[in-house]
Structure formats: C-alpha cells, structure tokens
Design a protein around this ligand. Structure first.
Ligand code: SF4
Length: 719
C-alpha cells in the first residue's frame, strides 16, 4: 500500500498536488517542526499535472500548522463580554436551530446570513447552498471570494455568457507573449510563475510584460515593466487597443464571425491616443508602443491577472477591457492564448461551480434567472418559487446589515473578516452589534473569534475528503490522511446536521462526501461547467481532471483533454454565440489622492504568508521570513518626509490610523506606498492594512476596492 496520501495544497488557487505521509514512517531530520515535534511529511506530487511536483514554502511547511491552536470543542457564551464555556455538539446544534426557527417563525428568515470561504471543499459549499438558498429560502450566502475574484466572474459572464477561465497552465509554456496585469505572480502564485519564468528564460522570442505600480519580483523578470499610476489600468488597455487598431494588428475575420458590440468599443478607444494614455498612466509613449507591438506581433498572447485588477471599483470593466484585447486580436481558444484570471483561494473555483456567492446557484446558474431557479428547485424537490429571485447579501452588505439591524444571525465559516474586510473599524463595530454570531473554524483564537457567541470546531485540510478545483479548472480529490482532532467535524457535516434538525431529513440524508459530490455534479449536467462525468471514484482512478468533463468523456477514448481549453470551437455561451466587447471609459480610483491625503496606498501579499496568517502565522519558518509588517516608500518621498529606512510612519486615511516601519525602496513608484495585508491584531499592534481601506465597490461585481485608498504619512518615533 502506498504510504503517501494524495491531496492538494490548501493555500492558493494554483492548486499544487501534495503527497502526505505520517510522521512515524520517516527519519528524524525532515519530520519535526521548529519545536522538535514530529510532523506529517509533505512533498510535491510529481504526477499532478498542474504543479508537476513543485511546491512553494507555504505548501512545504503546511504540516507544522496542523496541530497548533486548534479549536477542539463547541463553545458558547451569551454575550461577548463573557468567557466561552464548552458544550456538547447536541447542545450547540439545539441552540443554533432554535435561533433559526425563531427567526423563521417571525418571518425573518431573510435575516439569516452565512459568510463562507474559498477554503471550503466543494461539498461544503454545496450543502451550505442547499441549506440557505434551497431549504431556508434566503440567498444570503456569500464567501470571501467576493473580496477576491468576483470581478473576474462578472467579467467572464458579461463577455462570454458564462463564468470560467478559458485557459490552462500548459498555455504558460506555449505562449509567445505573457501579459501580466495587477498580479504579483512570483510571490502570490509562485508555481505558476516558476513554469512561466523557466519557459521565458529558455525561449528568447517569448515576451513578458508586467503592469504594476510596484517593481515586484514578477516585474523584475519582465522584458517590459509598465509602472502605471494606480487606477489607470483601463487607460493603458484602451491605449494598447488604440495602437493595435492603428497598426492593423486586429483579427477582422474573428471579430466578424465570433464577436458583437465592436463599434461601441471602437468609439471608446478612439479617444485613447498614445500621448493622452502615456500622460495619464505616467509611462513613456515608447513603452506603451512596445507593449502594443509585443501583443500585436505575437502569434499567441496569454494575459494573467489577479487582485490588482479584481479589487477595484471598476473591476468588472477592467476584466472586460482585458478580454476586449483578446477579442480584437483573436487571441482565445487556441494554445498559449486567452484571458486567464488567477484565483486567490484553493477552491474559490469550486465555490463558483457550486453557487457559492449571493447571486449564484449551483452549476453556473444565476439567482435572477427564472429558468435556473426552476431547474434547481425541481432537482432539489422544492416547490416552485422557494428559491428567492433576489440576490442575497454580499460580504459587505452583511456588515451594513448588522449596522441597520437587518441581520439576525451571522454564521461565519473558515474566514477571518475581522482582518480581511475593508474599513476595519466600521466592520468591527458592526460585528459587535451582531445579535448572534456563529464562528466555525479550525483555529482558535483568530481575530474574528472575539466577536462570536458560538464557536464550532471544523475539520481542516487533511481531515476530510472532498473536492477542490484550481485556477485551470482542474478538479482534484483531496483525501483525508488523519482524523479531525477531538470533536472537530467537516463543515458540510455541520451544515447538514443543522438542516436535518430543521426538518429537512431527506434533503440532507448523505452518508459521506462522495454522495454529496455525486448529487452536486448532476446539477452541472449540460451546463458550461459540466462535470457530470466526475465522481470521487473517477477522480481517485483517473487523477486530477479539468472540466468540462461529461459522462460521455469518461466513456469515449481519446477525450481525456476535453476540458483543456474553453471556446476552441469559437462559440460562446451568449444568446447569439458571440463574445461581446465591453465599452468602458476609465473612471480612475474611487478615492484619489488630494491635498489632505496625498499618497495612494496599495495593499498586497508576501511570498510566505497567506491572507490573515491563521495558518502561516503559526509556522516558525514563515514568521522568520516575514517578521513584521512594513510600508514601502520611494526614496524621493522619504526624503521629502525626512525619514530613512526603518523609521516609523503613522499612516492615516479617512477611516483609520496604523503605523509601520518604512522600507525605503525604488521598487515603489513616487506618490504610492505599499503595505502587506497579512497582519491583524493577533500578530502586530496597529498594523492592519484594512483599517485604512474603504468599501467602495464595483457596481457589477460588488467587489470592494481593497487595492487602493488615499492616505497621509506622518513620521513618528516609537519606543
Ligand atoms: Fe500551495 Fe499555492 Fe504554493 Fe502551490 S503555489 S504550494 S498551491 S501556496
């Protein structure tokens, strides 16, 4: 028997395959944590097609976090100023279901909210949807993916008629031009970057363009780094389009046969002449022209993006403007080409498939679509009209709902909003007002556990078997390799038990997660994300597989690559089968700098840490790698303020105040400062990046502009 269990790294959306074996079976040196305790052994899975055996420091050290600060038992308290007391699961379930029943009897079901996570497995997501959207009849399920990639979802839907990144990781090694915008791939998606960087280095004809106000390690590797001013992405993209048109690098045949709405777009880009664009973006006309030539002359162009595009008050417009460039040059549906959003979380993609946002239903369906609701109602055996046609509260809506008294029960699972939400002081005040908050997580304490009335211990990575989908639509069976500690349970089992206790025995009569997944995939049949040919058993035998993957794909030989790329037939999911150009003028930042707040603050991630440090803060090697937060500032700005390296700056926005030691570096553009977003109250005093950010969101995706706000800087002395 193979001593290694195959699973997936539970951190980022790259989705690297891991193999894990028990501590007892290995030598002394490699299987101990920093305190000398034997740990599980983790290595890259060479057979996983996405990562081919590679892992970054996060994946390599993950085992050290398995037993640190785990939440072992359900706990409750009547008010936030009390200590928690341990209760049985039975008592915890009774308390939760009584609360829910009371709200239902008062006709306040719509005040029940759940805020979930891209850390969920697909089965967790699916059962949560069925409970809230189906059985309870409220669409108030949203996930932290709202803060991460909902602009990509909205952009794909509006341009192609359906969500879903069309590309695959093999395209990284097939493209002639990689165009990276708003993504520090080298630090945030390191294994994807490894594949691209190696290929780029070996093939001199391949061009890499990086668009980022910071000179990140990603930008260091580029042939061309465009350090645009924050908020000028659409100016740049429309400017490139203007030049592609002027120089006739467009694919007229593709546009005629496969797209719509080009005239409206052409009218917009007419206004983005190189001189205007270069001056708005703060780059040279020569660099703009070079970018356009790289794109126009390349046989295949692959664009990659992540939070720098998505976390914006014009996020959907930015996504569609990237897609426009692909449509006007026919760069989609072929090897090495296409618009490729990189998801932040390990199973944000699975959440999209299972309906894990407030406006979605399973199988890439929309709450607003009558036919979609009817299909799901029929499948779940509900009476017609049970699923509400109104999209539920989004992540930020839940915060404002707490403020206005419209949230009666908030259930937070596998996420840490007391660090990751924008406008943190406002967020925390709202959480304090919550009449009843359930917090379900593997770890305790976290910054959010301080706001809970009920704590539920969740099984985590390696302690439950389930499915995750990575950024290239590759679905992996993640097998459990150990028991959950003490009384921790898989998230889906907790949701299902609440459902049964609310009277939905039949709807939640599942014996294991394989049965949950088997039901879920039926809802994807003949949908864009068709994975009706997949099951735990098929994935166990066949290994990680991309969707679409239908029943007939399993049966037909030679169809193993059915899901490699989308739109190879150049037909899209829109009513007329054509991809639609989006016509957008640039609006810029929601909160531009001014006299009082003269700097633009941008936030981001570091190589070793993951999000709010719930795991990585408990791993010694990573803590040593990134011992404290900092603020990057350009030498010119530092000189104006009269500060040098390591001197402290108080950073003030209209919403909050923080303080950081300065890192004086030319990596950041003048007028802009950078702060990593990983530090909450557990790990440092007054260093929460989101104390400064605002909640202004994209009107289409409702994703907040976490990437930029206006700040002032004041030098201070710290004892
Ligand atoms: Fe895990 Fe992402 Fe690192 Fe891969 S690149 S090992 S998925 S954190």
């Amino acid at each position: 028997m193979n001593e290694f269990t195959k699973t997936l790294c539970p951190y980022c959306g790259v989705g690297c395959g891991l193999e894990v074996s028990p501590p007892a079976q290995h030598g002394k040196a490699t299987n101990r944590d920093s305190e000398g305790t034997p740990t599980w052994r983790v290595r890259g899975d060479k057979s996983h097609p996405s990562s081919q055996g590679m892992v970054c420091v996060k994946g390599a050290t993950i085992a050290e976090s398995l037993d640190k600060n785990r939440l072992h038992y359900p706990m409750i308290r009547d008010s936030l100023d009390q200590e928690f007391r341990r209760v049985s699961w039975n008592e915890a379930f009774d308390i939760i279901t009584q609360r829910m029943q009371t709200l239902r009897l008062k006709q306040e079901t719509n005040s029940i909210c759940m805020y979930g996570s891209g850390q969920f497995q697909t089965e967790d997501y699916y059962i949560a949807q069925k409970l809230l959207k189906g059985c309870l009849g409220t669409n108030n399920f949203d996930a932290n993916s709202r803060l991460c990639m909902s602009s990509a979802v909205a952009g794909y839907i509006q341009s192609f008629g359906a969500d879903g990144p069309p590309c695959c990781y093999d395209d990284l090694e097939l493209t002639d031009c990689a165009f990276l915008i708003g993504t520090n791939t080298a630090e945030c998606h390191p294994i994807i970057f490894n594949r691209l960087a190696k290929y780029h280095k070996k093939n001199r004809h391949v061009k890499m363009v990086v668009v980022d106000p910071r000179r990140t390690p990603t930008a260091e590797a580029a042939d061309l780094h465009l350090a645009i001013r924050p908020g000028t992405d659409i100016d740049l993209l429309n400017g490139i389009a203007h030049l592609l048109m002027r120089w006739n690098y467009i694919d007229t045949l593709f546009m005629d046969e496969c797209t719509s709405n080009f005239p409206a777009y052409a009218e917009v880009i007419r206004h983005y002449s190189p001189d205007v664009v270069a001056s708005r973006c703060g780059i040279s006309i020569e660099d703009l022209e070079t970018a356009a030539k790289y794109w126009g002359k390349s046989k295949s162009v692959l664009s990659l993006w992540s939070m720098g595009v998505n976390q914006s008050s014009e996020g959907t417009a930015k996504v569609r403007t990237i897609i426009n460039l692909h449509l006007m040059t026919g760069q989609i549906g072929k090897p090495g080409a296409g618009p490729f959003s990189l998801t932040g979380q390990p199973n944000a993609m699975g959440g999209r498939e299972a309906g894990g946002l407030a406006h979605l239903l399973p199988g890439y369906r929309l709450v607003k679509n009558e036919q979609h609701r009817a299909e799901v109602e029929d499948f779940w055996g509900l009476e017609r009209g049970k699923i509400s046609p109104v999209p539920g509260l989004t992540a930020w809506d839940m915060i404002t709902g707490l403020e206005s008294g419209n949230v009666g029960l908030l259930w937070i699972a596998a996420t840490n909003p007391a660090v990751s939400m924008p406008d943190l002081e406002r967020t925390k005040k709202a959480l304090l007002k919550s009449p009843f908050t359930i917090y379900q997580d593997a770890y305790y304490p976290t910054e959010t556990s301080a706001y809970a009335h009920v704590l539920l211990p969740a099984a985590q990575w390696g302690e439950k078997t389930g499915i995750m989908t990575n950024s290239e639509r590759r679905v992996t069976l993640c097998s459990a390799f150990r028991q959950p500690p003490r009384e921790a349970k898989p998230d889906w089992e907790i949701f299902a038990e609440v459902g049964r206790r609310l009277g939905f025995e039949k709807e939640f009569a599942f014996n294991n997660s394989a049965e949950v997944y088997a039901e879920f995939v039926q809802l994807t049949r003949q949908r864009p994300c068709d994975m009706s040919g997949l099951s735990h058993e098929v994935l166990q035998t066949k290994g990680p597989t991309q969707w679409p993957h239908r029943k007939q794909d399993v049966l037909m030989r030679g169809r193993e690559d059915a899901g490699k790329r989308l739109y190879t037939d150049l037909r899209f999911h829109t009513p007329d089968g054509r991809a639609k150009f989006g016509a957008y003028y640039s609006k810029g930042l929601a909160e531009p700098p001014d006299e009082n707040y003269p700097f633009v603050l941008t936030t981001g991630r570091l190589y070793g840490h993951w999000h709010t440090q719930t795991r990585t803060g408990r791993i010694e090697k990573i803590r040593q790698m990134h011992p404290q937060p900092f603020i990057e500032i350009h030498p010119r700005d530092a000189a104006t303020l009269g500060i040098s390296d390591n001197q402290w700056l108080e950073v003030r926005s209209r919403r909050g105040i923080t303080k950081f030691p300065a890192k004086v570096t030319k990596a950041i553009s003048p007028g802009t400062v950078f702060v990593p977003m990983h530090w909450g109250k557990l790990w440092a005093d007054d260093a929460e990046a989101n104390a400064l950010t605002h909640s202004e969101a994209c009107p289409d995706s409702l994703q907040p502009e976490l990437k930029a706000c206006a700040v002032q800087l004041v030098p201070i002395s710290v004892e």
